[in-house]
Design a protein around this ligand. Structure first.
Ligand SMILES: N[C@@H](CCC(=O)N[C@@H](CS)C(=O)NCC(=O)O)C(=O)O
Length: 215
């Protein structure tokens, strides 16, 4: 197996980088990281050096480069860890639907509550449009936990790509102190308890660069 390298942004800010990173950690893969500080003036050249789209994350597997966070998660699951999707075809379709919904949507949440793991801004960013998106996310979590989650504490029981797609949302809810109850609270706590997620956050605290605005 060739060495895998994941090119990422700052752990404090780069929610798109966190998703495949968490998937790869949960799959138990060994990989190196190249971090591009997204506030640095040299970032454009560095991003272009590694990334066909000029954005992170990018997975490098030998001659192959895979970009777009969801495509990387799909590739990792297909190549190394089928269990990163639910086994049942219908459940897998729902998991893929919510991943796609996360990947393509929730622009107000992303704009108004950008990822910033090591800071706290309680109550900031809560516009009506953001609140409506949060309600939708909570409804997704509740439905999945009630219908598919019986065998564990993740959306489909065991950890899947869907949990990775929503993990940065859980961190945003911590930063902006979004109140959660019942199944949503328990689910967020289960994500926060993942050792890999804690490792990511601990590394975010060690970073000193700051970036003004990333979604
Ligand atoms: N749709 C892309 C979004 C990637 C993205 O926006 N990445 C940000 C960091 S979180 C980035 O590379 N920004 C650098 C820039 O735009 O200069 C994905 O899912 O990977």
């Amino acid at each position: 197996m060739t060495e895998l390298t994941l090119v990422i942004g700052d752990k404090n800010y780069s929610s798109w980088s966190l998703r495949p990173w968490l998937v790869m950690k949960q799959a138990g893969l060994k990989f190196s990281e190249i971090k591009i500080p997204l506030g640095s003036p040299a970032r454009h050249a560095e991003l272009r050096r590694y990334s066909p789209s000029g954005k992170v994350p990018v997975l490098i597997d030998g001659d192959l480069k895979v970009w777009e966070s969801l495509a990387i998660c799909e590739y990792v699951a297909e190549r190394f860890a089928n269990h990163l999707w639910p086994a049942d075809i219908a459940e897998k379709a729902i998991a893929r639907s919510i991943c796609a919904e996360m990947h393509a949507g929730f622009h107000n949440l992303r704009e108004n509550m950008p990822l910033d793991c090591r800071n706290r801004y309680p109550g900031e960013g809560m516009t009506p449009a953001t609140e409506a998106e949060i309600d939708r996310i909570i409804a997704i979590w509740r439905k999945c936990r009630q219908k598919f989650g019986k065998s564990g504490n993740m959306l489909f029981g065991n950890f899947t790509v869907a949990d990775a797609m929503f993990a940065p949302v859980v961190l945003r809810f911590v930063t902006y102190d979004v109140k959660l109850y019942s199944e949503a609270r328990d689910y967020a706590d289960a994500i926060l308890a993942l050792p890999a997620l804690q490792e990511w956050v601990a590394e975010a605290y060690k970073e000193s660069e700051s970036v003004l605005h990333l979604i």
